[in-house]
Design a protein around this ligand. Structure first.
Ligand code: SF4
Ligand code: SF4
Length: 181
């Protein structure tokens, strides 16, 4: 199965940005298609797993450059503990507080404050949002319930972009869209 995807896989980040933006409307229709039709969730997760297994995140790190990292209280506790500083000090040094998202990790001009080159300097203790990212294989709820975030992620994450393209084939999105016309 892996080899099947690797032939058509897009990993160039400039191309991902171009295609993800171009397909925003199509991906929005696909999100609705997933809500309206029955499909086997397990198969979609399996496809995403296959694709995730073929992409080397250490060569990409684009999510660490682009995405905001929302923090749970337990993330702050864990990271502060690993740095041997009180949670309040961790918040002062490494977090920003936002009205909509609560505490988020601070960012520099190049992305997350903990990004070093293409690697995470706190990898073992990274926040749960980073651990589960891009939330196709891991994460709470069904894939359709998380699809609203995937349209944006498909513009910067190769795992998401390629998974959505493979999901469209698996769920016969193009055939069913044609039938509606
Ligand atoms: S904490 Fe680590 S994995 Fe998460 S965004 Fe920052 S650098 Fe990336
Ligand atoms: S999760 Fe996506 S954006 Fe992040 S490093 Fe992996 S492929 Fe790149």
């Amino acid at each position: 199965m892996g080899r099947l995807y690797s032939k058509t896989m897009v990993t160039d980040l400039i191309e991902i940005r171009r295609l993800g933006e171009k397909k925003r409307a199509e991906n929005e229709s696909f999100r609705k298609h997933l809500k309206r039709h029955d499909f086997v969730e397990r198969n979609l997760r399996h496809i995403a797993e296959e694709i995730e297994g073929q992409i080397d995140c250490t060569q990409c790190a684009n999510c660490c450059r682009v995405a905001t990292v929302r923090l749970l209280e337990r993330d702050i506790t864990k990271m502060a503990k690993s740095m041997r500083i009180p949670p309040q000090k961790f918040i002062q040094q490494y977090c920003d507080e936002t009205p909509d998202e609560g505490y988020i990790l601070k960012r520099t001009e190049t992305g997350c404050t903990f990004l070093s080159g293409n690697l995470c300097s706190i990898y073992e203790d990274r926040p749960s949002m980073c651990h589960d990212f891009p939330h196709l294989v891991r994460g709470a709820g069904s894939i359709p319930s998380r699809m609203w975030e995937m349209i944006d992620r498909a513009t910067y994450c190769p795992i998401v972009y390629n998974s959505l393209e493979a999901f469209k084939v698996e769920t016969r999105f193009f055939e069913k869209s044609r039938q509606l016309k």
